[in-house]
Design a protein around this ligand. Structure first.
Ligand code: SAM
Length: 241
């Protein structure tokens, strides 16, 4: 029997976004490798999925990957899921994929939600070319260096950010790239979904009013006519059009 590793996307908030194929696949596997077993148990129980779970994202992925992929090589059907969205996007899922490729194990993606794509299409920014930068570095110096490396970036830039770092990161964007127009997408597909399109200084004011809660995606495009980066070279917008 040929085993398969299934990369299965799960909802990023709204449980209605679990695809039919994702649920069917998870009902038919022998093992589900996940991020937080308690979190996944609750999600899977709501869909009547009762399968053995193994925690994969726990800083020992390098050691665990060969053991899981060996099961696939021996004929097992194994699914990889994350706490939310598409596994492998801003998580160590790629280590399992790399191991599967190394030993020639069969793989299939079961696509579905991912926060960066939902945020991009809602942003109103150009979607034809974009660059996903994952999470910002935590240290101030590294954050600034990363932002400076993007000062001439003509594509739409997308970052993930955690709630407790949001205001500091917005401040770093304003200091490094100027008071440009940004989009902050919060709690996508959830009850408190919000897409804020403002200059960075206005977004800082907006999110300073109350405790910052939820999950965030930050986007901008330096060619966006509203952009006012002082680092913008003369004719920048025109030249790239
Ligand atoms: N695998 C996920 C995906 O496909 O989007 C991303 C996992 S990453 C560890 C978690 C980050 O994704 C959060 O900190 C947040 O920046 C972003 N994110 C996830 N769900 C979100 C949502 N519903 N709304 C806004 N951002 C979200």
């Amino acid at each position: 029997m040929v085993g398969t590793l299934y990369l299965v996307a799960t909802p990023i908030g709204n449980l209605g976004d679990f695809t039919y194929r994702a649920v069917e696949t998870l009902k038919n596997v022998d093992l589900i490798a996940c991020e937080d077993t308690r979190h996944s148990k609750i999600l899977l129980a709501r869909y009547g999925i009762d399968k053995p779970l193994t925690g994969f994202f726990d800083f020992s992925e390098k050691e665990k990957a060969p053991r899981i992929i060996e099961k696939v090589k021996n004929g097992a059907k194994v699914a990889l899921i994350s706490d939310a969205g598409t596994p492998g996007i801003s998580d160590p899922g790629y280590r399992l994929v790399a191991e599967a490729i190394r030993v020639g194990a069969r793989m299939e993606a079961i696509p579905g939600p991912t926060a960066l794509v939902a945020a991009l299409v809602l942003s109103g920014l150009p979607t034809d070319r974009f660059v996903f930068e994952g999470f910002f570095p935590v240290k101030a110096g590294q954050k600034k260096a990363r932002l400076l490396s993007l000062k001439d970036e003509p594509r739409t830039v997308i970052f993930y950010e955690s709630p407790h770092r949001l205001l500091k990161t917005l401040e770093a964007i304003r200091e490094t790239l100027g008071d440009l127009e940004i989009v902050v997408a919060r709690e996508l597909t959830k009850k408190f979904e919000e897409v804020v399109r403002k200059r960075v200084s206005e977004a800082i004011t907006h999110f300073s009013h109350k405790k910052v809660l939820g999950e965030f995606v930050i986007l901008w495009n330096l060619m966006n006519p509203g952009g006012s980066s002082p680092n913008e070279p003369p004719g920048f917008i025109r030249r790239l059009r």
